[in-house]
Design a binder for this molecule. Structure first.
Ligand SMILES: [Zn+2]
Length: 297
């Protein structure tokens, strides 16, 4: 019996390793060197790609023109983005020169997460809250309707807060047992009032202290329709129109809105696509120190 198990284990292990490397290989995409100097990001569902282009390059994603500024462009892929995407590059100076390619995104596997112990009004809002939720939806849409012409998104992102990851992008959520929309953020557990820092430079496009689901909420516009979102904040230290630098304290961790404990829910948009913030940042430095500190907030 014992030998049978270990044989099974050894038989499966190399296969798992093969799958892992195949998946990694699929996410590296060669873009035509005559148009793209270099690019950063992963060609996967939830991925955000930043491209440094050669002069005069125009970019089209699935036929739609993509905004270019200072030879930089950014594209993103949502949680359930079709795996086949078409990229086209055109030399605006010599229009006969074009490159078209089919890009295959690496599919993601999303988790199921069950959140229990929420007040029922946060799972199914009462009728009297619906008007407030609708009004706040308008405020959020308006804040992202326009984006600044800046290339702050091209700066490598840093973690806004470090701590235990308590929720990941894309997971299918059940609140008190009821299925709800997938989770589009990454949840980072941290003590209440921990400073939240701008992960990249940008312009504050929304700063609200009392949103129904999000509680204290900040949007930072990083340019060309890349926006980051920070939820459940205890306090907010910026105002709409402020330009922040990477690392500036914008607010403090809290548990306001639909939340069961202090954490930062960090989300990212590119246009209407929700992308995965975790793909933009390096591994967390303080992870081990947070776990070993033994201190409770
Ligand atoms: Zn969350």
């Amino acid at each position: 019996m014992k030998t049978g198990f270990s044989r099974l284990f050894f038989a499966f292990f190399p296969m798992a390793a093969m799958f892992a490397s195949a998946a990694m290989a699929a996410s590296t995409v060669d873009l035509p060197k005559s148009f793209v100097e270099h690019h950063r990001g992963q060609f996967t569902q939830g991925g955000l790609i930043v491209m440094q282009l050669r002069p005069h390059t125009k970019v089209f994603l699935n036929g739609a023109p993509i905004d270019v500024l200072d030879n930089q462009a950014v594209i993103g892929f949502g949680r359930d983005a079709p795996l086949q995407q078409q990229l086209k590059f055109v030399d605006a100076a010599a229009k006969t020169q074009t490159a078209e390619l089919e890009v295959n995104l690496r599919p993601r596997d999303y988790k199921i997460q069950r959140i229990e112990g929420l007040p029922q009004k946060m799972v199914t809002p009462p009728a009297e809250a619906l008007e407030k939720i609708r009004r706040q939806g308008k405020i959020k849409r308006a804040a992202r309707a326009e984006s600044v012409r800046q290339t702050w998104f091209a700066e490598p992102f840093v973690w806004p807060v470090e701590g235990r990851i308590s929720g990941v992008y894309g997971s299918q959520r059940f609140y008190n047992g009821e299925p709800r929309r997938p989770h589009f953020g990454i949840d980072i557990a941290a003590p209440r009032k921990t400073p939240v820092r701008a992960p990249a430079s940008g312009r504050v496009s929304l700063a609200e202290t009392d949103m129904y689901f999000e509680g204290g909420l900040i949007f930072i516009d990083h340019g060309l329709s890349v926006t980051s979102v920070f939820m459940h904040l205890d306090s907010i230290h910026v105002a709409v129109g402020d330009v922040v630098q990477q690392g500036d304290v914008i607010g403090r961790v809290g548990s306001t809105g639909r939340s069961t404990g202090p954490h930062l829910d960090w989300r990212m948009y590119w246009q209407q696509q929700r992308v995965d913030p975790a793909l933009l940042v390096p591994p967390m430095k303080a992870k081990a120190s947070t776990a070993s500190s033994g201190k409770k907030p």
